[in-house]
Design a protein around this ligand. Structure first.
Ligand SMILES: O=C(O)c1cccc(C(=O)CC[C@H]2O[C@@H](n3cnc4c(=O)[nH]cnc43)[C@H](O)[C@@H]2O)c1
Length: 218
């Protein structure tokens, strides 16, 4: 259990994710959910605004995400151990060069491992399939097998890609607030096939996960 009266901020990209999460929360007033927009910039700006206008003890980036084949399956839940800005860098003749390799800042943020484990253990008591692994933040949704392969070759163990985690985490990190990222997998990363996205299943995963988060944080 986490100490009572902790204030938790959950940041989604869109309203549909927010609604799915609110559906799983009952009789709680210490968990606040905002839809901050799609992509890392909106996520960072709106998370910063929320953190600066109210006191929060934990910030969670949460929503649907794409799962890397053979690592995580559609319908499962993934908790990040690392949040990686996967396209923050420079393209060179030799390949991609990370921004931190050039001496500018960081492209990797580590989550609060104690919190991550608490949430993982709690989710493991349910029928949900739960994984822990690196979650990538990209400004462009991957749409080909080639790009998916390049990412998994470059980032060992990459489990998920989404578009907001690094923005949310950067805001929390800069303001010294522990953060997590949790994704409900709606689609495999790879060739764009929007019809195949399992949105209903992924939103149900968000609802079930938020019910468990309420137990962990109350
Ligand atoms: O298919 C499209 O045309 C399209 C264009 C822009 C955005 C979308 C989205 O559905 C937004 C993605 C939204 O959900 C997360 N997400 C889910 N799956 C993935 C993925 O495979 N790669 C990256 N992000 C993904 C993401 O965090 C956004 O909030 C569709």
């Amino acid at each position: 259990m986490i100490a009572k009266d902790k204030q938790i901020l959950i940041v989604t990209a869109v309203e549909a994710e927010k609604e799915a999460i609110l559906k799983g929360l009952h009789n709680t007033n210490n968990i606040h959910v905002i839809a901050a927009g799609v992509g890392p910039s909106s996520a960072a700006a709106n998370t910063t605004r929320a953190i600066c206008s109210s006191k929060y003890d934990v910030v969670i980036s949460m929503g649907i995400g794409g799962g890397f084949a053979d690592v995580v399956e559609v319908g499962s839940i993934v908790i990040a151990n690392e949040i990686i800005a996967a396209d923050l860098g420079v393209e060179t003749a030799e390949g991609f060069c990370r921004l931190d390799e050039l001496g500018f800042g960081s492209t990797l943020l580590k989550v609060d491992i104690n919190l991550m484990n608490k949430v993982y253990q709690a989710l493991k008591t349910t029928e949900l399939i739960v994984h822990i692994g690196p979650i990538l933040t990209l400004s462009t949704v991957t749409g080909t097998s080639e790009t998916a392969l390049k990412l998994t070759n470059r980032i060992k163990g990459a489990a998920v890609e989404a578009m907001e985690g690094f923005g949310v985490a950067t805001a929390a990190h800069e303001l010294n607030i522990p953060f997590l990222e949790i994704r409900s997998i709606s689609n495999p990363v790879g060739p764009r096939d929007r019809e195949a996205w399992r949105m209903k299943e992924a939103f149900e995963g968000l609802t079930k996960t938020s019910t468990i988060l309420q137990e962990v944080f109350n």
